[in-house]
Every structure is written in C-alpha cells, then in structure tokens.
Design a binder for this molecule. Structure first.
Ligand code: ADP
Ligand code: MG
Length: 249
C-alpha cells in the first residue's frame, strides 16, 4: 500500500483536480483498490465525482483516539474507487490534532487500511500546520502542483525548507507544472529551463470542464492531450513507487 499526498501551501493550483483524476486512474486504469481521502473542508473531491455531500458526517472524528475511518468510507460511481469525504468538521482539525499530540496519527490510520487499499490519495488543504505535518508523515510520495512561473522553483524550495523545518526526513517530492500554457513564452521558458523533465498538465478547458461534468477528465475527454498528460503524471507516480519498493527490498 502506498499513500500519495497532493500538497501545496497555495490554493487554486490544481490540487483537487489532480487528486480526483489521479485517484480515478489508480482505480480504473491501474486496477488498484484506491481510497481518495479529502482533508480539505471545501470538499471538492466528492463534488468532482458527481456525489452528494453527506450531511451530519464528522470527518474530523476519524482522527480521535476511538475514530473509525471505515465507518466513513463510501463507494464512488467508479469501480475500485472509494472516498472519505470532507466536511465542515475538518475546519477545526488542525487544532484538534495539535491537542491530540500524536504526529503519526494519519500514518497509523493509513496502516489500518493497508489490507483493503493499494493506494490512498490524499487531497491536502493549503495549510502548513498539524494537518500537513500528518500528511507528510504518512505519505510515501508528495505531489506538489505548481503554476509554471519563474517563481515555481522558489516556491518548491520553500515548501521543501518548510517541510524539513518540522521533519527530519520527508518522502520524495514530485513537482508537477499544473496549468501549463504552451502559448505563453514565459511558461515555455520555465518548461525548457529549471522545470525540464517535470511532468505537466496543460491549461485546458477540458480540465475545467471536470467541475461542470463532475467527472474525471479521463471519463469524458480521454482522447485529449490534457487527459493523456494526466496519465503520464500517474505513470510517473507509479514508476517512483516501484523504484522505492525495489530499493526497500
Ligand atoms: N490544467 C488546468 N487547466 C485549466 N483549469 C484548471 C487546470 N487545473 C485546475 N484548473 C481549474 O483551476 C481551479 C482550481 O483548481 P483546484 O483543483 O480546485 O485547485 P486547488 O485544489 O489547489 O485549490 C478550478 O476551477 C479548476 O477547474
Ligand atoms: Mg482543493
């Protein structure tokens, strides 16, 4: 089992879009038993999968000492793909985790689920607090979506430094240029420069349409360049996980 965290301190960079589509690829294309764990109280993951919110649910209570994640897991419209929906209770999660004082609570919970899932994909809220600490400690791989600006290298370096300030070590980080516009000279320069070799997702209306169709892009526009690029990101993730497994064995 592997935990993949989708992380950035910034909002609006494509975290939720990536989380949902990559989770779909993990489940449907790779056939992995996959759990999409939404930790952002904005709750975009279930929306993008065409699901209704579950009123009265308390997603944050999973983290309590007697929390039972299985009670909160729901199937999605797609085979092999389950979801832990977010809700408003997560707004207070940072504080609750600080009080709980167990930095590896999420890693422990993920461990409990290891028999049922091959991949856990975590949509992390744009914070640097106890929630991100938990995700970083639990993750085998961190995906950091970055808009293709000359500042992207600096943003990535800052994220690394902030992570290292609180963690002796962190999982490997895979940066992804998340809204790459080939018509923009600046974007091309970034992609030909320090970000050469980073996977990228083109800025595309097909990606935006996910929020209208409420489906992963691979479901309604699998032939598009954007969808194929998303698949390459997923392939890169799987390759990194395989390498890690080989090194560990
Ligand atoms: N590659 C892309 N091309 C066009 N629009 C995108 C792309 N990636 C994300 N978006 C749009 O940008 C907005 C923010 O994306 P979202 O995934 O919600 O970001 P985050 O979770 O980081 O806040 C959404 O409206 C989404 O549809
Ligand atoms: Mg989001």
């Amino acid at each position: 089992m592997a935990v993949i965290g989708i992380y950035s301190v910034k909002g609006g960079v494509g975290k939720t879009t990536l989380s949902v589509d990559l989770a779909w690829r993990s489940a449907v294309r790779s056939g992995h038993r996959t759990l999409l764990w939404d930790l952002d109280p904005q709750g975009g993951c279930a929306f993008l999968l065409g699901m209704e919110p579950r009123p009265g649910r308390r997603a944050a209570s999973i983290f309590q000492r007697d929390g039972r994640p299985r009670d909160f897991i729901e199937p999605t419209p797609y085979p092999n793909l389950s979801i832990l929906q977010a809700d408003d209770s997560l707004r207070a999660l940072g504080l609750a985790l600080a009080r709980l004082g167990q930095r590896r609570r999420m890693a422990t919970l993920s461990g409990f689920l290891a028999g049922e899932y091959d991949r856990i994909i975590v949509d992390c809220p744009p914070v640097l607090n106890d929630i991100s600490d938990q995700v970083i400690s639990a993750a085998d791989l961190l995906i950091v979506p970055l808009p293709p600006s000359p500042l992207a290298a600096r943003a990535l370096a800052m994220i690394r430094a902030e992570i290292l300030a609180n963690h002796d070590r962190h999982p490997p980080i895979l940066p992804v240029l998340s809204m790459f516009d080939t018509r923009r000279k600046l974007h091309r320069e970034v992609h030909n420069g320090f970000a050469a070799g980073w996977p990228f997702i083109p800025m595309a209306s097909a990606v935006e349409q996910m929020a209208v169709q409420r489906k992963p892009i691979g479901v309604f526009a699998g032939w598009t360049d954007a969808s194929q690029r998303m698949q390459r990101v997923w392939d890169a993730i799987e390759a990194k996980l395989r390498l890690r497994a080989t090194l560990a064995s």
